[in-house]
Design a protein around this ligand. Structure first.
Ligand code: GDP
Ligand code: MG
Length: 346
């Protein structure tokens, strides 16, 4: 595993590894094996408490390469939403993986793209800001497709950063568009401190990825309590789950014109009462989201309720309202009001 560049093959274990079962939390599995080795050490009389490694790992790349899928797979639970549409992730979301001897704070970032409105501009700014602050930058690409102009631009930004630079070639499970995959082309955008191929969706190569990251983190104290998995509150995640279902069920401009906010959240018996507003930009979009006789809104609500109940491990009563606010994506006041305030994230 040397630095990339000399035409060496991808580390064979990276792509041949057995998939990690979805049910078992990756973190738990790692913890179990490490606990076992620590017990073994104690038995031989070693009192070694090695200093821990900790730091920030920025997941950056263009939209739709699988950054959010990877973060959820690494954590074994959903802390960030995923959709087949570009620009799903709007603000950087931290996912924290604690294991004996290390704590990794992943920062899932919005895909870097050519923004066309204030929201998009903020998304790209926030993603770019995460690069200089990271100890390790994981530049994610889709190995089944050739590098685009955006990939080149982002690679240049990553090259200017002080952190360790990993080239993470995702979607090895997808048959390349051409005769072969595009490893060489992506490698040439480097140099990279390390490269590896993975499949976030199939959970291939993730253990190797974690090992490589931990090796490259500086020594330092844990940044979050061990049991913390994300910096997002339950309310923030709940609004994201609703947005994810809208993204899944609607098309064209509608998905991008949607924002979701909590208006009321109250513990009641037998279910937590939650009222949210889905904001869109035009009457036509509102009609689509509500659907004939409210059918679409019902579908969205049912799917979101399932996810929120799973997270809270509690029954909820979910009330959804739809409201029009013209061009909110270009209105700085609306961005703040909808919870997209740049100062809250780094
Ligand atoms: P992001 O915009 O980079 O955060 O990408 P997402 O995580 O939202 O994923 C975009 C799409 O790519 C979704 O439809 C994912 O299911 C899909 N995807 C992510 N990783 C993989 C992978 O390893 N293989 C395949 N085939 N699809 C993937
Ligand atoms: Mg994403």
């Amino acid at each position: 595993m040397g630095p990339g560049g000399e035409g060496h093959p991808i580390h064979p274990n990276h792509s041949l590894e057995a998939p990690i079962a979805y049910e078992s939390r990756v973190g738990d599995a790692l913890r179990e094996t490490e606990d076992a080795s620590r017990d073994a050490g104690a038995a031989t009389g070693e009192e070694a408490l090695p200093p821990i490694r900790s730091g920030f790992v920025a997941l950056v790349g263009k939209p739709n390469v699988g950054k959010s899928t990877l973060l959820n797979a690494l954590l074994g639970q959903k802390v960030t939403i995923v959709s087949p549409r570009p620009q799903t992730t709007r603000v950087p979301t931290r996912g924290i993986l604690s294991r004996p001897g290390a704590q990794i704070v992943f920062v899932d970032t919005p895909g870097i793209h050519q923004p066309s409105h204030a929201l998009g501009r903020m998304m790209v700014d926030l993603a770019e800001l995460s690069i200089p602050n990271a100890d390790v930058i994981a530049f994610m690409v889709d190995i089944s497709q050739p590098p685009s102009e955006l990939d080149r631009r982002i690679a240049q930004q990553v090259q200017r950063a002080r952190g360790q630079r990993l080239l993470v070639l995702n979607k090895v499970d997808v048959k390349p568009r051409g005769e072969r995959n595009y490893l060489e082309e992506y490698r040439a955008l480097g140099p990279w401190d390390e490269e590896l191929a993975i499949s976030a969706r199939r959970r291939l190569g993730l253990t190797s990825l974690l090992d490589i990251i931990v090796e490259r983190l500086p020594e330092g104290p844990a940044l979050y309590p061990d049991e913390r998995v994300t910096d997002q509150s339950e309310q923030q995640l709940a609004t994201e789950f609703v947005r994810e279902k809208v993204l899944f069920h609607t098309q064209h401009e509608v998905p991008h014109a949607v924002a979701v906010a909590v208006d009321e959240w109250e513990e009641r018996e037998p279910a937590t009462f939650i009222r949210m507003t889905i904001t869109v930009e035009r009457d036509g979009q509102k009609a689509i989201i509500i659907g004939a006789n409210g059918a679409m809104l019902k579908k969205i609500g049912t799917a979101a309720r399932y996810e929120i109940e799973r997270m809270l491990e509690r029954k909820i009563y979910l009330e959804l309202w739809v409201k029009v606010r013209a061009n909110w994506r270009d209105d700085p006041a609306a961005l703040g009001w909808l919870g997209y305030r740049a100062k809250d994230w780094r």
